[in-house]
Design a protein around this ligand. Structure first.
Ligand code: FAD
Length: 369
């Protein structure tokens, strides 16, 4: 017996993901005159507002994050007038985003996990774990949190200790009295190294010596860093992270880590043994834990049927801020590549909203630039 295809809910634009990038896109679509529901919907798999911030570890506070830029049209202080710097990002941001969604009456459906997006003539069919949606354009804003990256080193499966990724980190006390190898040269690696070093014996390894940056990070240097990532995606290459090209700011915590002798970087080991790690020169270390602070990749598996990737493995991007997929201009990726920061996500949402409406022939009622 033939199974009837599920009736799809029709909308003009489906935004997938309600983090900083998805909410910025939603704000701008609404501002440009698109109606909530019939005009656009936001599909988000998380149980509550806040994007990936709701999953971050408790010691990541508004003072220890790099900086969370306000979403367009509403400052965080409006939603959280009493919030001090020590409030957890995992508490503050969900409250802020929830207030934002309410204030602008954004049509966010959650929890809805998009499993697959397929092209069907002039529309996209968006399969989820609940309803099916049909849209003329897609703004993908699914971030990276669901796609932790762990490099492959020989012997990884033989290790008898515990291996975990930044994504699974909760608190330093979980490692008390243990020997921990921390892998990675980014901001998260340094922060976790600092915390864990107070309660455990740490070994810090990175592939390349990290570049520390003295003094404040001026906007000019920020633009230059983003331009490097943008140049890659405009050639269809996989993006590297924005932070990987900005360097590590020397914070008071880093100064104190230097003084405590914790910032003692070693080169990358070459293999993992049942009891620890071994370097190419034969040195070995016995450890209880390997903590992989090795970053994330973009969560794009649900777009696989659209065949967006180039032979290089990346997606060729075009448009004003490189948010538009060159192979199919009805798809925008925001929070991807050069816009993988809170400020980048804000801008990308604006560019994607206005360009997509033009592509679909839905005339914007005002300019969002
Ligand atoms: C530890 C850490 C600290 C950071 N600190 C900073 C900082 O201080 N400043 C800064 O500018 N940037 C920072 N970043 C980067 C920053 O978090 C992002 O650039 C920005 O917040 C990401 O927003 P986003 O909307 O792209 O993604 P997210 O916040 O990850 O939101 C994506 C949303 O999509 C949903 N989703 C994913 N897959 C699906 C699916 N298949 N179906 C439906 N929904 C889906 C998720 O549930 C989530 O709600 C940090 C990143 C990390 C990992």
């Amino acid at each position: 017996m033939a199974v009837a295809a599920r009736v799809a809910i029709k909308t003009d634009v489906a935004i997938i993901g309600a983090g900083q990038a998805g909410l910025s896109a939603a704000y701008h679509l609404k501002r440009l005159g698109l109606a909530a529901g019939r005009g656009f919907v936001v599909l988000d798999q998380s149980p509550q507002a806040g994007g990936a911030w709701q999953y971050r570890w408790p010691s990541l506070t508004l003072s220890t994050v790099n900086r969370i830029h306000d979403l367009p049209g509403m400052a965080m202080s409006e939603a959280l007038p009493e919030a001090g710097d020590n409030v957890e990002a995992a508490v503050a941001v969900p409250k802020y985003f929830a207030a934002y969604e309410r204030k602008f009456e954004l049509p966010v459906y959650r929890p809805v996990t998009v499993s697959v997006v397929c092209a069907r003539d002039v529309r996209f069919r968006i399969e989820t774990d609940r309803e099916t949606f049909s849209a003329r354009g897609v703004i993908n804003a699914t971030g990276t949190w669901e796609s932790p990256y762990i490099p492959d080193y020989p012997g990884r499966e033989l290790f008898r200790g515990r291996q975990l990724h930044t994504q699974n980190y909760r608190r330093a006390e979980d490692f008390a009295g243990q020997r921990v190898v921390i892998v990675g040269g980014g901001i998260s690696a340094i922060q976790l190294l600092n915390e864990i070093s107070f309660v455990a014996e740490t070994i810090w390894v990175t592939r390349r010596p990290p570049e520390f940056r003295e003094g404040p990070f001026d906007p000019e240097a920020g633009r230059a860093a983003v331009a490097l990532v943008e140049a890659r995606v405009r050639q269809g290459l996989p993006p590297n992270s924005v932070v990987s090209v900005t360097g590590l700011p020397v914070t008071p915590a880093i100064v104190s880590m230097r003084e405590r002798g914790v910032l003692n970087r070693q080169g990358m080991f070459s293999e993992i043994t049942p009891d620890g790690v071994r370097w190419a020169d034969g040195r070995e270390a016995t450890v209880d834990v390997i903590l992989w602070c090795t970053g994330f990749r973009s969560s794009l598996d649900h777009l696989a049927p659209l065949l967006l990737r180039e032979p290089s493995g990346g997606i060729l991007m075009s448009g004003r801020l490189a948010t538009q997929v060159a192979r199919d201009p009805r798809i925008h990726l925001v929070g991807y590549g050069p816009s993988a920061s809170t400020i980048g996500a804000n801008r990308a949402g604006s560019a994607a909203a206005s360009e997509l409406l033009q592509t679909l022939g839905l005339k914007p009622v005002m300019d969002s630039a």
